[in-house]
Design a protein around this ligand. Sequence first.
Ligand code: FES
Length: 245
Amino acid sequence: MAVRELTFRIMRYNPDEPEKKPHLQDFHLTEEPGMSLFVVLNKLREEQDPTLRFDFVCRASICGSCGMLVNGKPTLACKTLTKDLPPVTTLLPLPVFKLLGDLSVDTGVWFRDMSLRTESWIHTDETFVPDAPEVRMDNELALKIYEAERCIECGCCIGGCATANIKSDFIGAAGVNRVARFMVDPRDKRTEREYFDVVGTEDGVFGCIGLMACDDNCPVGVPLRDQLAYVRRKMAVAGWHYQKV
Ligand code: FES
């Protein structure tokens, strides 16, 4: 296999130096077998520019830290191999989230805010008894909950979402998926009316315009399209009843 010389066109911007405009900087590198963008960015930082900012923790599609736009597509850099990229690749930070510098964004603030808005905890009147025996859950139900819990909070669904890009308070597919997780959990005693108050709005599930980039871009294959359809259907019915009461 011929050795390729690769160019990485990377957005550079430091919010602490606003007088320096955001710009693209070209870096060049010789491709190596099995090379991922994790390896590329570390090599560039170690060998060419120690000020280059980006985030990685796990390198295994688990922590969700390395979401970025790779040739315009939101994806995880650690699971992107250079063999699947053209000779010139553009890397940009995920939009929507607060930019910390170059390719590094703060997804934590956004996800925390979403968790608070969706009240991401089990709502129950039952008293917690620490030494009570575990209550078994049937496998099918546990798997349904697990399906939604597989979200790694990388923000790729939000970065690629047309609505989230123009509406800063839109809850996005990650938020709807979170609501679906609690809706299917019988331990959560919230009524559909209570859920409606949380997501039955234009900032919630009805803000989605159905382009489904979230579903296309989720790097771990959470079935976001199905979750949106599930929550939307329930909230449409709840809204109908709600108006009659
Ligand atoms: S480094 Fe953890 S998901 Fe990429």
